[in-house]
Design a protein around this ligand. Structure first.
Ligand code: NAD
Length: 257
C-alpha cells in the first residue's frame, strides 16, 4: 500500500528539519499539516506554497507544543493523522550547575512530553483506520551525549525509549513507531549555537563548523533536511512495515565512533 494520499502531521514544521520533511512528504503525495506556536501570514503561506508546488492538501495549525492541551488539539484539528512526525525541538547549552530550571522544563516539555501527548491523541484514529506510522525525530544525542546539553540529551534518550514502548504497544497493529537520530543539520537551531561557540573557543564561523561541529561527524558533511525527509518517507513505505521500535541514524557516522 502506497502512503501517497495519507495525511501527515509534522510538529514544529515552519522551519528547518520539520519543514524539509513536510516538503519531501508532499513531494511523495502525502497531505501535510504544518505546525508551530506562531500564527502569522507567513506560516499559513508555507502551507499554501506546498499546495501550489506539489498539488497535495496542506494546512498550518498554530499550537504550542509545550502545552499538553495544544498537543492534543493539534491532532484533533488536523482531522486525520495517518503519519505522525514528532519533530519539534529546542536546545539550550549550559553547564548543569548553571542550567536554568525553566529551560530544563521547557526542553523536556517540547522535545519529549509533546510526543507523548500527540501519540496518545493520534493512536486511536490509526487503530480505527488500520494503518499508522509514528516517526520521532530524536538525535545522535538520543544515543550518545555531549557536555552542557543535559536537558536535550535526557529528552532525546527519553524519546528513543518512548518509541520502543509505542512499538511494543502497537506491534500487532499495522502501525510502526521508530526514531530517526540525525547528526548535525545546518538549521536555525544549529545556526543559533554557532555565535556562542565562536565566542567560547575564539574561533571564526568556518572553524567552528569544521573543527567543532563536523569534528563529531566522520563524513565531515552536514546531513540535509531532504535526506531526513527521504528517511521518513522510507519508514512510511511498505518496505519498512516490519521496522518498528528502532532508531535510524542519519549522522555521517557520528555514533559509529
Ligand atoms: P529549528 O529550530 O529549525 O526548528 C524547530 C521547529 O520547532 C520550528 O519550526 C519552531 O517554530 C518549532 N517550535 C519551537 N518551539 C515550539 C513550540 N513550543 N511549539 C510548536 N513549535 C515549536 O530546529 P531543527 O534543527 O529543524 O530541529 C528539528 C528537530 O530535529 C528537533 O527535535 C531537533 O532536536 C532535531 N535535531 C536537529 C539536529 C540539527 O542538527 N539541526 C540534529 C539532531 C536532531
Amino acid at each position: 500500500m502506497s502512503f501517497a494520499g495519507k495525511t501527515a502531521v509534522i510538529t514544529g514544521s515552519n522551519s528547518g528539519i520539520g519543514l524539509g520533511i513536510a516538503r519531501e512528504m508532499a513531494k511523495a503525495g502525502v497531505n501535510v499539516v504544518l505546525n508551530s506556536f506562531s500564527d502569522s501570514a507567513d506560516d499559513h503561506a508555507l502551507a499554501s506554497g506546498i499546495v501550489a508546488e506539489f498539488g497535495v492538501e496542506a494546512k498550518y495549525i498554530a499550537a504550542d507544543m509545550s502545552k499538553s492541551d495544544d498537543c492534543r488539539r493539534l491532532i484533533v484539528e488536523a482531522g486525520r493523522c495517518d503519519i505522525l512526525v514528532n519533530n519539534v525541538g529546542i536546545q539550550h547549552v549550559a553547564p548543569i550547575e548553571d542550567f536554568p530550571a525553566g529551560k530544563w522544563d521547557a526542553i523536556i516539555a517540547i522535545n519529549l512530553s509533546s510526543a507523548f501527548h500527540t501519540t496518545a491523541a493520534a493512536l486511536p484514529g490509526m487503530r480505527i483506520n488500520g494503518w499508522g506510522r509514528i516517526v520521532n525525530i530524536a538525535s545522535a544525542h538520543g544515543l550518545t551525549a555531549s557536555p552542557y546539553k543535559s536537558a536535550y540529551v535526557a529528552a532525546k534518550h527519553g524519546i528513543v525509549g518512548m518509541t520502543k514502548v509505542v512499538a511494543l504497544e502497537t506491534a500487532q497493529d499495522p502501525i510502526t513507531a521508530n526514531a530517526i537520530c540525525p547528526g548535525y543539520v545546518l538549521t536555525p537551531l544549529v545556526e543559533a549555537q554557532i555565535p556562542e561557540t565562536m565566542k567560547e573557543y575564539g574561533m571564526d564561523r568556518e572553524t567552528v563548523i569544521k573543527d567543532v561541529m563536523l569534528a563529531r561527524q566522520p563524513s565531515k558533511e552536514f546531513a540535509t533536511v531532504e535526506q531526513l525527509g527521504g528517511t521518513v518517507n522510507f519508514l512510511c513505505s511498505d518496505a519498512a512495515a516490519q521496522i518498528t521500535g528502532t532508531t535510524i541514524s542519519v549522522d555521517g557516522g557520528w555514533t559509529a565512533l
